[in-house]
Design a protein around this ligand. Structure first.
Ligand code: DGY
Length: 324
């Protein structure tokens, strides 16, 4: 008998058809206050879930007594309480690898756009205010030959290091629980403490997962260690940075600028002080948002879900193999 699966995100038709051929498929366009009751009704029969960008915790899981597998269409899995899923015997799969290069590209997009003030100057051109050769008040700052500090040297951190060293002749510093010998060998990367990195880097790029240990890691005190000329780039998770402290540092010259793809609260509320600052580039959480990569993520997540119901053995994308 076919298992019942709830799809709670729009995915390409090809992948939806694959799901429909393997499972009894119930689809929702997100999970919101408007459809919550319908979702709760569907959860009673669900064996599996597939989707993204919605917290799936006790509040919903209590209505899903049969649930055995969740496939998130994301690399990050901070929308879940992994220990609780493990206790409940629910397998969680994610989509690493397929988005590594695209996310590293987003980080470089933010670095370049922020350093060269591309958004601010584009707005000026569109407003008809380009009236002659740009004066020094609009000059940007170089990226090439500077020092980049990468927090976390996993898949995405390594891809950023490659771009920085091979493409921009940058000195690469990084933090990590363990040394990454490959990046040290290939990109002359130097592992150092967080404080040392913050004091030396011209660009501080966060590539860490959101965990209890990384929440508000970049606090007021840590921001104060950064050079006034330094630029902070965050395309990981907003809650890793104390956003209020960041706003203060951007307002009082504590740091030069920030390029942000992620925020404490998403979507960013229209009254956020970040909206009024010239020295920030704001993106709407587009780390992996290219057509190719989002297609690959959907395919990977569908593969993961099918494998979870077929195989007894954990696959490489299995977050909590302890479930078995
Ligand atoms: C991811 O894959 O984790 C992206 O940040 C989307 O949430």
């Amino acid at each position: 008998m076919k298992k019942t699966v709830i799809l709670y995100k729009k995915i390409p038709n090809e992948q939806k058809a694959r799901l429909a051929s393997h499972f009894n498929l119930i689809t929702f366009d997100g999970i919101t206050a408007d459809n919550r009751n319908e979702v709760i009704t569907a959860l009673a029969q669900a064996d599996g879930l597939i989707g993204a960008s919605v917290p799936i915790k006790q509040e919903l899981l209590q209505f899903a007594p049969k649930l055995k597998a969740i496939s998130t269409i994301s690399v990050g899995y901070d929308q879940f309480d992994v220990d609780d899923l493990t206790r409940r015997g629910i397998r969680l799969m994610h989509t690493p690898n397929v988005l590594t290069d695209t996310t590293a590209d987003t980080i470089f997009t933010l670095m370049l756009a922020t350093a060269r003030r591309a958004v601010e100057l584009s707005i000026l051109v569109r407003a008809g205010q380009w009236q002659g050769s740009i004066g020094s008040e609009y000059y940007g700052t170089d990226v090439h030959h500077k020092t980049i500090g990468i927090l976390g040297m996993g898949r995405i951190g390594s891809a950023v290091a490659k771009r920085a060293y091979c493409g921009f002749d940058m000195k690469v510093l990084y933090t990590g629980k363990q040394a990454n010998e490959q990046v040290e060998r290939q990109y002359q990367a130097e592992r150092c403490s967080l404080d040392d990195l913050l004091q030396r880097a011209d660009f501080v790029c966060i590539t860490l997962p959101l965990l209890p240990t990384t929440e508000k890691l970049i606090s007021k005190e840590k921001l104060a260690l950064m050079k006034p000329s330094a630029i902070l780039i965050n395309a990981a998770r907003g809650k890793i940075v104390d956003q209020q402290a960041l706003i203060a540092a951007l307002q009082n010259g504590g740091i030069k600028a920030a390029g942000l793809d992620v925020f404490e609260v998403e979507p960013l509320p229209p009254d956020s002080p970040l909206m009024t600052l010239q020295n920030v580039v704001l993106l709407p959480h587009i780390g992996s948002a290219t057509t190719e990569t989002r297609d690959n993520m959907a395919r990977c997540a569908v593969d993961n879900l099918i494998a979870a119901f077929k195989s007894e053995k954990p696959t490489q994308n299995w977050v909590n193999p302890a479930v078995g």
